[in-house]
Design a binder for this molecule. Structure first.
Ligand code: NAD
Length: 455
């Protein structure tokens, strides 16, 4: 039997060895899920809702131990791990409140003995291949509404968050979701690839653009639903009329929270030239207050990087920027193990990788701009399009700029924010499809058209 070794990003030491899947077990689990799905779809929605409500209560009761598991395998600072678990609860509440209304059959016409109805049918058996950076959020955005809609799910958590994946499965099963209806598959990319060989009805992926592209290629020509939630290079533009200290603190948090490893982390900052020096000073002062340390310590804000090889990516981005003229104002070097110092760069430009490629770590570049048009042009100078923000006291100005920015989510005076009520989607290399909002419930269904003529 294959094993997956789990290593602590904080210490570099092994912490677990998990039973892993292989092509044969993936096929057997797919077949069991296929056999179980129709029965699950016939379970009344009320009962499915009750199981998810029970799951919510179990997550709430176990926030502390679940946060410790997440921190131990990803290095996420413990307060941020607790925040993720607590933040997951209102997302579940949203789905509990909205699913019955959203999936209710809709009578669209009843004229002259001819009734027309639209119903939502589950997709069937779906594959969910997930990322490690917010496993409760990105996993839950799929498995909660997909289960409520009557699908069976083969869930492949990231190999960097597999213990959390198993905890999710345990809690769902304890809450009444049948074992063949939510099925964790443990392993790395090869297990994900084996899953994609099964005749699933939908593929819901969260991860990098590079893997998303491979997945799109591997399912090419198949009649299934494909959603890809991918990376970002999310910009923020700061206008001259802001409260500098407040904007700097909010944006720095948006850039460095989760050690910069959020899909919607702020990764580029454009600042109006007239306030550039003051903003940079306030920003650097804020970043210098961030405490790096043991992720299990409540006082720690910056943890190790979850994936050790990412240190090299950050080193290369900083070296490339320096070579092309950038100045490091704080940080700039690797620390012990998989740590990287919180790093702020100025004198950056778009010839540098740090301003164009996803960093996914605690590194940020700040650039001065002469007007709104230049800011908008630079914000759009990327293949990604996940989020973008504008900080100004003038709402109309923000809306004018944001209307012309290519991104799935746009922010006025906020950043790094996700709401269960709003669709989460990207454009370009940030992906296709969406989760969250009522559309993120419908997305796990097929619409069926009923033409009903009375005899
Ligand atoms: P990744 O692409 O390395 O891995 C994601 C998942 O794909 C993992 O479960 C991995 O095992 C699996 N995988 C790898 N190769 C595969 C293959 N050939 N076939 C099938 N599955 C395969 O990404 P990651 O490091 O886990 O996550 C970080 C990335 O995810 C960042 O780019 C981040 O921006 C993005 N992300 C996006 C969102 C969003 O909502 N848009 C949310 C979180 C993370």
């Amino acid at each position: 039997m294959a094993r997956l070794k789990v290593t602590s990003p904080a210490t570099g030491k092994p912490i677990a060895s998990l039973e892993a899947d292989d092509a044969k077990s993936v096929k057997a689990k797919y077949e069991a899920a296929r056999a179980a799905q129709a029965k699950w779809a016939r379970v009344p929605l009320k009962k499915r809702l009750a199981a998810i409500a029970e799951f919510r209560e179990r997550v709430l009761e176990q926030v502390d131990p679940l946060a410790k598991v997440l921190t131990s395998e990803t290095g996420k600072p413990i307060t941020q791990a607790r925040n993720e678990l607590k933040g997951f609860l209102p997302r579940i509440d949203f789905f509990l409140a909205e699913t019955a209304k959203t999936l209710k059959p809709e009578k669209v016409s009843k004229a002259a003995g001819m009734e027309e109805v639209i119903s939502h049918e589950p997709l069937g058996v779906i594959a969910n291949i997930s990322a490690w950076n917010y496993p409760w959020f990105v996993g839950g955005n799929v498995f909660v509404p997909a289960l409520l809609a009557g699908n069976a799910i083969l869930y492949k958590p990231s190999e960097y968050a597999a213990m959390t994946g198993l905890e999710i499965a345990r809690l769902l099963h304890e809450s009444g979701i049948p074992k063949d209806v939510f099925v964790p598959l443990i392993g790395a990319g090869d297990v994900g690839a084996a899953l994609l060989k099964q005749p699933v009805d939908g593929v819901f992926f969260t991860g990098s653009y590079a893997t998303g592209k491979k997945i799109a290629q591997s399912v090419r020509g198949r009649m299934l639903k494909l959603q890809l939630e991918l990376g970002g290079k999310d910009p923020v533009y700061v206008c001259e009329d802001v409260d500098i200290a407040k904007a700097a603190a909010g944006i720095a948090d948006g850039a460095f929270y989760n050690t910069g490893q959020s899909c919607c982390s702020v990764e580029r900052i454009y600042v109006r030239d007239s306030i550039f020096p003051q903003f940079v000073k306030a920003f650097v002062d804020e970043v210098k207050t961030y405490r790096a340390g043991d992720p299990l310590d409540d006082a720690t804000y910056i943890g190790p990087l979850t994936r050790a090889p990412q240190v090299k990516v950050l080193e290369a981005q900083v070296a490339d920027a320096k070579k092309k003229g950038a100045k490091v104002l704080t940080g700039g070097k690797r620390g012990k193990g998989s740590r990287f110092e919180p790093t702020v760069l100025v004198d950056v430009n778009h010839k540098m990788a740090v301003m164009r490629e996803e960093s996914f770590g605690p590194v940020i570049g700040l650039m001065s701009v002469k007007d709104d048009a230049e800011a908008q042009r630079l914000m759009n100078d990327t293949d990604y399009g996940l989020t973008a923000g504008v900080y100004t006291t003038d709402r109309k100005r923000a809306e004018r700029i944001l209307a012309g920015v290519h991104a799935g989510s746009v922010y006025w005076n906020c950043c790094d924010r996700v709401s269960p009520r709003l669709p989460w989607s990207g454009v370009g290399h940030s992906g296709v499809g969406l989760t969250l909002s009522t559309y993120g419930i419908e997305t796990f269904t097929r619409l069926k058209a009923w033409h009903l003529r009375s005899p």
